[in-house]
Each structure stands twice: as structure tokens, then as C-alpha cells.
Design a protein around this ligand. Structure first.
Ligand SMILES: *Cc1c(COP(=O)(O)O)cnc(C)c1O
Ligand code: SF4
Length: 427
């Protein structure tokens, strides 16, 4: 159905509450936008150009949240294409997180020791303009087949160290219940998988999808955790609030991942309001992401300093469970690195000097003789899923290993003395 069939007040349409209607009636061309935003001829041209490269799709529900009169509306900026997506940024990368090289089988990323990301679709109900997987999302040439998902599930079966499986995409909740249930059942059947997680933006952009049937179905595969993706207080509506309540009432622990976006939410007050609305809806703010170096999203990036400023304004100033962890997902597959303001000012053997959120400087007296001795009856480290080989910095602390330094690959000084040593030995 195209836009001319929508009533001017689209909300009155009888299909409005049906997620399939929302999906079928997604706005995919400039001409369908007239009901929701005022556009100049130039702006229309820009949208055409940008959506040729990165497709546009907006649910009528999300579009109805746009403030027509505000060209900087935070809802508008997240869903309507912009010519700046076509500007090549100096540090842009196609795969900044190295997800492809960390993929042992198509559609599965095994980056961290005990958990994997399983991509179950490339489709989303809406295409976020700031999406870090822009090059894949909505691209029919890289669509995910049942065969890929099955290969991913086989991989998980063969790796007993995987205790947490994160279903992602695209948006897993765009799949019909039966299809999603098939995947959940297969993953749940794997004995070593303790937790299943779903990453979804559906509660924000198509809350109608969160039906009582969906919540009941997911509940059968507990423990299932859901992480959603609210970026702005304006995304809280009676519809999205009801969707969150349904999930929470089904006993699903809810988290939220926000992306820090220039011109949309890069302000301590906006984020504070956002986290307060989240916890009111029983959603724990989980991560605040620094914007990635993906192609076409440079105009959304803020300096890392902005994130620090926001954390400074949250920690101590509001409830601890309102505060997300601010992370930079490091380019080159470095993974998520948490970044915090500095609270530790100085240290001696006997004292640690700290400052609090108000700037008060305090001293903590260290205990004497605090050597660690294993409690005699404790055997937790015998559990092979808990104990692991020390890696990276841990090696420096590992008494078994006696590692005294970690040297980056290709270190020049090291190369020089290796050559010198070889010469001295007459090789
Ligand atoms: C973010 C991410 C995870 C999950 O990380 P948590 O910190 O456990 O939420 C897992 N795998 C990949 C590849 C990721 O990017
Ligand atoms: S919902 Fe997620 S994966 Fe889909 S377009 Fe938005 S950010 Fe990208």
C-alpha cells in the first residue's frame, strides 16, 4: 500500500496497531514522506541521492514521531537520509570492528572467549541512518540463509566454551514468531548455552511487534535477555512503553544500548533524561556507544571527550543503575573498551587517593598483609568454564608465567636486538 492510501491522520488507520501493516507500509520513497516532513526541492534531491546508496525504510509509526516543523528533529535525523552519508570520511572503514575476520562461519562472530554474535537476518523494520552495519543491512546480496544460521548453530554446538549467544542482525524481531522460535529452540537445546540474548530496535521503531504472543513465546526459552536501542527521550511513547512492559512482565531482563550521536543526543541533560525514562520502564541502561568509524556516519560522530563529559554528569549524580558503561568499540577488532573519567588521583603502598563526583578528594587506607589465600573448601576454579588461560595483561600478573613485558608485534627496538643477538651467535 502506498502513501496515498493513508489517511492524513495515519494513526486512525485500522492497520496501525498491526506490525505487519507497519512493515508493509514502510516509507521507502521520498514522495511518501510528505505527510511527515516538510521538504524543499533540494532536500528531496539529497534524500534521493543518499537513499540510492544506503536504502531508506521508515515505519509509519516512527515517522509519525517526527516534528514536522523542526529540521533538526532527533527522530527525523535518525531515519531520513542525508547527503552527508555520501561524504567519504578520512577514517571511514567498511568493517571497522573486523567482524568479518572474526567470523569462523558466515553470520557468526566469535570475538570474545565465552560468547558469540549470531546474525539471524539482515533486515530491519527501519534503517537507522547511523547504523554501524550499514553496508550489510538491507542489502539483498548479503542476505542470511537458513543454511548460514544452521552452520552458526553447529559451530556453537562444537564449542563448549560458548555460554552466551547473542542473536543480532539486522533485527531478529523482524522474523515471524515461528521462524524466531525455531532458532531459539535450536540454541536452547545446546546444553552449554546458559543465556540467550536478543538485540533489537523493534520496541523503538515498531513497538506493535511486541505482541502478547511474542512475549509468551520468548518466555518458553528463558533465560532470554533483550537489549534494545533507545537513543532519545522522544522515543518514549505510550506504544513503546507498553511494549517494554510486556517484555518485562514476561520476565525478560531488559537492557539498552544507546549510540552517542552528534546533534541528536550529545548532551548530558538529554542522556540523563533518557536513562531516567529507561529505568522507569524497567530497562537497565547497558552501554553508551561511541559512534563507530563505519562509512557514511562521520557526521554523527562526537569526540570521545563528549562521552566523558556525559559520564561525569551521570556517575554519582543519579542512581547507579541509571549509568551505562561508556564504550569505544575499538577499530581493527579491538573490541569494546570502557572509558571513564579519572577518579583515581594517586597511590602509595599504604594509601589510594580518590576524588568523588563532587570533586571531594579522599584517601583510602590499604589493608596490611592482604595476600590472597584460597579458602580451603573452594573449588570454583576447577570448573573449566570459569578457569582460563591468562591472556594479555593478565599474563603480567600470572605467577605461573613469569612474563615481564608485553611487546607489540613489529616493535623496532626488539627487531634490532634480535638481529644483534643473531650476529653475536654467528648465525
Ligand atoms: C558486543 C559484542 C558482544 C557482546 O559483548 P558484551 O560486552 O558481552 O555485551 C559479543 N560479540 C561481539 C562480536 C560484539 O561486538
Ligand atoms: S535497527 Fe540496528 S541493525 Fe537495524 S538499521 Fe538500526 S542500528 Fe542498524
Amino acid at each position: 500500500m502506498s502513501a496515498q492510501f493513508l489517511s492524513v491522520n495515519a494513526k486512525k488507520h485500522e492497520g496501525w496497531l498491526d506490525w505487519r501493516w507497519q512493515l508493509r507500509n514502510r516509507i521507502q520513497s521520498v514522495d511518501e514522506l510528505y505527510e511527515y516532513v516538510n521538504l524543499t526541492a533540494d532536500e528531496k534531491q539529497n534524500i534521493h541521492m543518499a537513499s540510492d546508496v544506503f536504502p531508506m525504510a521508515i515505519t509509519p509509526y516512527y515517522a509519525s514521531l517526527i516534528n514536522k516543523a523542526d529540521p533538526q528533529c532527533p527522530i527525523r535525523l535518525q531515519c531520513i537520509p542525508d547527503y552527508r552519508e555520501l561524504i567519504e570520511g578520512q577514517s571511514d572503514m567498511d568493517d571497522p570492528l573486523n567482524e568479518d575476520s572474526d567470523s569462523p562461519v558466515p553470520g557468526l562472530t566469535h570475538r570474545y572467549p565465552d560468547r558469540v554474535l549470531l546474525l539471524v537476518t539482515n533486515e530491519c523494520s527501519m534503517y537507522c541512518r547511523h547504523c554501524t552495519r550499514k553496508r550489510k543491512v538491507g542489502d539483498n546480496n548479503t542476505s542470511i540463509m537458513d543454511r548460514d544460521i544452521n552452520q552458526g548453530i553447529d559451530y556453537i554446538k562444537k564449542h563448549p566454551e560458548i555460554r552466551d549467544v547473542l542473536l543480532s542482525g539486522g533485527d531478529p524481531l523482524i522474523l515471524p514468531n515461528a521462524c524466531l522460535e525455531r532458532i531459539l529452540r535450536k540454541v536452547r537445546e545446546i546444553p552449554h548455552v546458559q543465556v540467550i540474548r536478543i538485540g533489537t530496535r523493534v520496541p523503538v521503531v515498531m513497538p506493535q511487534r511486541i505482541t502478547p504472543e511474542l512475549a509468551r513465546m520468548i518466555k518458553r526459552y528463558h533465560p532470554v535477555w533483550i537489549n534494545t536501542h533507545f537513543n532519545h527521550p522522544r522515543e518514549f511513547t505510550p506504544d513503546s512503553i507498553r511494549a517494554l512492559a510486556r517484555l518485562a512482565d514476561a520476565g525478560i531482563p531488559l537492557g539498552n544500548q544507546t549510540v552517542l550521536l552528534r546533534g541528536i543526543n550529545d548532551c548530558p541533560m538529554i542522556i540523563k533524561k533518557l536513562v531516567h525514562l529507561l529505568v522507569k520502564s524497567r530497562v537497565r541502561p547497558y552501554y553508551l556507544y561511541q559512534c563507530d568509524l563505519s562509512r557514511g556516519i562521520e557526521h554523527f560522530r562526537t569526540p570521545v571527550a563528549k562521552g566523558i563529559e556525559i559520564m561525569e554528569s551521570l556517575i554519582g549524580h543519579t542512581s547507579g543503575f541509571c549509568v551505562p558503561t561508556y564504550v569505544v568499540d575499538a577499530p581493527g577488532g579491538g573490541g569494546k573498551i570502557p572509558v571513564l573519567p579519572n577518579y583515581q588521583l594517586s597511590m602509595t603502598n599504604t594509601k589510594t587517593v580518590l576524588r568523588n563526583y563532587e570533586g571531594v578528594i579522599c584517601v583510602y587506607d590499604e589493608p596490611k598483609n592482604a595476600d590472597f589465600v584460597c579458602p580451603p573448601a573452594c573449588a570454583i576454579c576447577k570448573d573449566h568454564n570459569i578457569r582460563h588461560e591468562s591472556v594479555g595483561l593478565e599474563e603480567l600478573f600470572d605467577p605461573q608465567k613469569q612474563v615481564i613485558s608485553l611487546v607489540p608485534e613489529g616493535n623496532l627496538r626488539k627487531a634490532r636486538y634480535t638481529v644483534r643477538e643473531s650476529k653475536a651467535h654467528g648465525y
